[in-house]
Design a protein around this ligand. Structure first.
Ligand code: SF4
Ligand code: SF4
Length: 469
């Protein structure tokens, strides 16, 4: 019993330490072997496409407006050319919840594959910065030798070149990142006009550049392991039916070195450590699913390559669920997946409904304070109102007001009411009612807000009148 316990403790000992921290608590730098293989090639193609889209999107416009804008400073968001204002925040809120539920559902089914294949952090790190590092400093072994070696002219040159390029790319990313927040036109102004005119923007670009440089030059996998909240959620989202990058321990164990022309009587894992060497987070996937695994699939490629070399079937490390490996169960739709899917469908339905019924114009009518009513000619009485218009469309809308439930005249003070595109406008107007229409001190009125013949909104207000005379 005690021998069994000892064996279990030994097998689980990897849980007592982090792959990137040594016994003294110091960071262990990971020298990642460059991955090669079919999945890595797919990831490369996807990353190129992804980077083109990421860099091109801020330049795309619809009717002179950005296709996407996430201006958190002014609380103005543009999605697919449609502008969302603070007044639409309930749509945005439901949209965020829908997105979160989608992420949860996706993770329950496919694990953390988003991290390895679509997260900008991984794509920039593995496909841009890591490749530049291989190009300048050589492969993982050469990098280790360079880092541990003395500061020769060659090392100084390589390090200076690498960090200069890293900072230049970080600066580029910072610019693109900012263009998603303030728009490409504002960004061009910051870049092209004198610095003193855009000091805040200039400081923001520099600050973001240093953050990105710090992340890609030094923080690296620590972002995925220790900072990213999504990574921390894996423990509660994954279950034994989730399909993740997994080592088939039933087939692989007992592991042991490969010997040519030997009849293999142990498991298929030849203990070559290739899966560990290519892992960007430094873990050994043979220890089971771990929080650090970003599902980049580099270990699948590495292991398949080794299996080909020794003539064993591929797929010792593959996309599989725990139940698939231990019980040979095929993927099935579990009650958990059904429940999340139902919630997701409901949320999407609510989103679609809110988007379809979303108003292009918001009007708020308030009676001018401190006044009751004014006597008018022809035995009529008036009240004075303020109107605030928020036009969410990208064109000006001339506005006409009509009282829908009374025979009233609307008289705008000053020029016509105009709702200015993507802006707010204020106006003042009188509602004039014949006295015979007034039966109470306070009469509820419904005002139709029209643009041309199209009724955009109906707002309610009250009319104060004399009780009797
Ligand atoms: S264990 Fe495999 S899939 Fe997970 S991060 Fe490491 S190399 Fe990528
Ligand atoms: S690459 Fe495959 S064979 Fe080599 S150690 Fe990893 S699991 Fe075992």
């Amino acid at each position: 019993m005690s021998i069994e316990n000892n064996q279990n403790e030994e097998a689980e000992s990897f849980r007592d330490h982090l792959a990137t921290v040594d016994e003294t608590g110091k960071r262990k730098w990971i020298y990642v072997q460059e991955p090669k293989g079919k999945l890595y090639n797919y990831r490369t193609i996807l990353s190129v496409f992804y980077l083109i889209v990421l860099f091109a999107l801020p330049f795309l416009k619809v009717n002179g407006h950005p296709l996407f804008l996430f201006n958190v400073l002014e609380r103005k968001f543009i999605l697919f050319g449609v502008t969302f204002w603070p007044q639409d925040f309930f749509i945005f809120g439901v949209g965020m919840i829908t997105f979160l539920v989608f992420i949860v559902l996706f993770t329950v089914i496919f694990g953390r594959v988003f991290c390895g294949w679509a997260c900008p952090q991984t794509i920039f790190m593995e496909m841009v910065f890591r490749r530049i590092e291989y190009w300048i400093e050589g492969n993982n072994n050469q990098q280790r030798v360079l880092n541990n070696g003395p500061w020769t002219n060659k090392k100084i040159f390589k390090k200076t070149l690498k960090h200069t390029i890293f900072f230049a790319i970080s600066f580029l990313i910072a610019n693109i990142f900012l263009s998603y927040i303030i728009g490409i036109d504002e960004l061009i102004k910051i870049i092209s006009e004198p610095v003193n005119l855009h000091m805040t923007g200039f400081i923001a670009i520099l600050a973001f550049s240093f953050v990105f440089y710090g992340v890609f030059a030094y923080m690296r996998e620590q972002v995925c392991i220790a900072i990213c909240p999504y990574g921390r959620l894996q423990g509660v989202l994954l279950d034994k039916d989730s399909v993740v990058v997994a080592y088939d321990r039933v087939r692989g164990e007992d592991r042991g070195k490969f010997r040519k022309n030997e009849t293999r009587t142990i498991g298929d894992c030849i203990d070559c450590y290739q899966c560990v060497k290519v892992c960007p987070t430094g873990i050994d996937i043979r220890n089971g699913t771990q929080l650090e695994c970003v599902n980049c699939t580099a270990c699948i490629d590495a292991c398949d390559h080794m299996m080909d070399n020794v003539g064993l079937p591929r797929g010792l490390i593959r996309f599989a669920s725990e139940n698939n490996i231990t019980k040979k169960e095929k993927f099935s739709i579990t009650p958990r997946i059904k429940a999340y899917s139902a919630v997701l469908v409901l949320l999407i339905g609510a989103m679609v409904f809110m988007l379809v019924t979303r108003k292009d114009l918001n009007a708020t009518v308030t009676r001018v304070g401190g006044m009751l009513y004014q006597k008018q000619d022809n035995n009529r009485v008036s009240n004075l109102y303020n109107i605030k218009l928020l036009n969410k469309t990208q064109h000006n809308l001339p506005i006409v007001l009509k009282v829908e439930n009374a025979n009233a005249e609307v008289r705008v003070v000053g020029k016509e009411l105009l709702a200015i595109s993507e802006n707010t406008a204020n106006g003042t107007f009188f509602i004039i009612l014949p006295k015979k229409e007034i039966n109470a001190r306070k009469t509820e009125l419904q005002i139709g807000v029209y643009s041309g013949e199209k009724k955009i909104e109906t707002v309610k207000t009250s009319f104060m009148g004399p009780l009797s005379e």
